[in-house]
Design a protein around this ligand. Sequence first.
Ligand code: 3PG
Length: 221
Amino acid sequence: MSLVDNTRTLDDLFARSPLLPVISIQRESDILPLADALAAAGISNLEITLRTPLGLSAIALLRRERPALCVGAGTVLDGRQFQSVLDAGAQFIVTPGCTDELLTLGLESPVPLLPGIATASEILMGYRLGYRRFKLFPAEVCGGVQALKSFAGPFAGVRFCPTGGIRQESLAGYLALDNVMGVGGTWMAPRAAVEAADWGAVSRLSAASVALLVKQESILE
Ligand code: 3PG
């Protein structure tokens, strides 16, 4: 896939489902009910991180058992991990930052890479290669809504998925920005709810965020 195709794929998947739960699987038995609880609220994109040893097998399981979902891999740090998530069937790849190695792999990748950036200089590292979609990370620490407003000046045509420290209360501020295509984080599936296997709570929290999104979209129409 070319970078242009991959950018279009990212746009399509965020247009379908702009909220991106960031999930670190601690127990195998959580994988399917957690995905189902998010899906029940209308969330179809998931980012499964490699922060736990179950990350890769969770991606493979979800691809096999829940083909209607779009399963991405997160916390991909190097070329070896990049290849391993492709082998597991990841449909998009998210990295917390950008290196030459990762950006180069993303250019030829069969699935889109969403590289992490925190500064204008990092955007430019990707921009010169043709990247126009980035994860802003850690969003709340590196300026959040104000940083994104500032990036909109020099980087027309660039869109972001802010992630890191975002909660339901701060979501609306991000969704209101034209250069935000999606918002990611753990708040829709908080650790305590997952540990307690409280899938009802995950669905309720996710549904509240989806409702906010729908409200925001109707305001902007
Ligand atoms: C990420 O990698 O995107 C963050 O760790 C998300 O976690 P948070 O929403 O709890 O900050």
